[in-house]
Design a protein around this ligand. Structure first.
Ligand SMILES: NC(=O)c1ccc[n+]([C@@H]2O[C@H](COP(=O)([O-])OP(=O)(O)OC[C@H]3O[C@@H](n4cnc5c(N)ncnc54)[C@H](O)[C@@H]3O)[C@@H](O)[C@H]2O)c1
Length: 349
């Protein structure tokens, strides 16, 4: 795709990385008529052949060859963080729009370089930050924006489980930085989406499981101008019910409280009126419990991308927006390391 031409649907695209989570991307794209999957790429020959066969695309084991041979409107990068910069730079060099999985990078310098490379070519760029696209989170955002609870002044966004995340994602075991950049990044994004950007934060971390290198429990206190919000995540929480991979939310406002509890039970207290609802997550032929809300959010964010291409609008989770999220995410590690508050924005300067 060149910067001069405006592509029209069906948008020709490729998925790079056909591992664990990319299966959700591939199934969701197959439900979106405005796109045409032309190629898949993975260094793992077996995986890429399986994806090519299942989704009807040309297989590549080398991303450079993919970009050299195919005429693409965009790429969907679903590899892990160490290869993100290389893939985004290839896309920029070939004038191809890109979606990149979270975390965008492990270092701020890489994230800034990627965002600049795409912006310099005026190319659409979105980070696959999908939690805010979960159906329950969209409902909460709508309620807050409608004024149902007045002005939010407190939030708690929580993801706690003992699910063996290492079985499907063994690479998490050796990551020197783990739960904050793996899952709290989503919760921090939700905090910003619901309550706004913090001015400072304080983070504390633990490693409970001795088998892993990084932290598996994290608690982060965000201070917005007129609100506080706790973000907490754990991969070592053994309780009598398994709610993985659900996120629990409380947002308190001057006129009421929104609570998203286990099994997507939503309670809204608004000016003295209480409503309770068991949310029904939109289903897909390929989605299954317990993953359904996450799987539906993949479909929703991919639809959002297509809408942005169609209308020429900037994605909610654009590269530029993600730099602010990276600042908060990496700033949480700085806070935990030095044991003091992190001033939000420091890493952006
Ligand atoms: N948004 C979410 O809800 C969510 C959930 C899970 C994982 N993720 C993210 O998705 C990304 C992938 O995670 P995963 O668990 O699927 O990992 P994975 O290891 O299962 O898949 C990554 C794939 O990339 C391939 N790959 C590596 N280097 C490559 C290269 N140079 N060229 C082509 N392919 C290459 C690997 O062979 C592998 O098949 C991570 O960034 C992770 O954080 C996001």
């Amino acid at each position: 795709m060149t910067t001069e031409s405006t592509p029209r649907s069906p948008y020709r695209f490729a998925v790079i990385g056909t591992g664990f989570f990319a299966q959700n991307h591939l199934h969701a794209w197959a439900e979106i008529p405005e796109v045409e999957l032309v190629a898949v790429c993975d260094i793992d020959e077996e995986r890429v052949q399986a994806a090519a066969r299942d989704f009807g695309a040309t297989p590549y084991t080398d991303a450079a060859a993919l970009f050299a041979n195919e005429d693409l409107d965009f790429v969907d990068i679903a590899t892990t963080a160490p290869t993100h910069r290389m893939m985004v730079e290839l896309a920029a060099a070939h004038g191809v729009a890109a979606i990149c999985q979270k975390p965008l990078a492990w270092e701020m310098t890489d994230a800034k370089t990627m965002v600049r490379a795409m912006a310099d070519k005026n190319l659409p760029f979105m980070v696959h930050e999908n939690f805010r696209f979960q159906y329950p989170m969209r409902r909460i955002k709508e309620l807050i924006d409608s004024g149902a609870i007045g002005r939010p002044f407190f939030g708690r966004i929580s993801f706690r489980t003992a699910h063996d995340v290492y079985a499907a994602q063994p690479w998490l075991i050796d990551n020197p930085r783990m739960i904050i950049i793996d899952v709290a990044v989503h919760l921090l994004d939700l905090a910003c989406c619901f309550i706004g950007r913090p001015e400072t934060l304080f983070a504390d971390t633990l490693r409970v499981n001795p088998r892993i290198v990084g932290e598996d429990v994290a608690t982060i206190l965000l201070r917005m101008p007129d609100a506080t919000c706790i973000v907490d995540a754990s991969y070592e929480t053994k309780s009598d019910h398994n709610t993985y991979p659900q996120t629990f939310v409380i947002v308190e406002g001057t006129e009421g409280t929104i609570t998203l509890g286990p099994d997507y039970h939503l309670q809204v207290v608004s000016r003295g009126t209480v409503t309770n609802e068991d949310l029904i997550i939109p289903s897909h032929t390929w989605s299954s419990v317990p993953w359904n809300a996450i799987q539906d959010s993949v479909h929703a964010i991919q639809r959002h991308w297509v809408h942005c291409l169609d209308t020429g609008t900037t994605p909610e989770t654009s590269g530029a927006a993600t730099l602010e999220l990276m600042d908060i995410t990496l700033g949480s590690y700085e806070s935990a390391e030095v044991g003091s508050r992190y001033r939000v924005g420091t890493l952006l300067d």
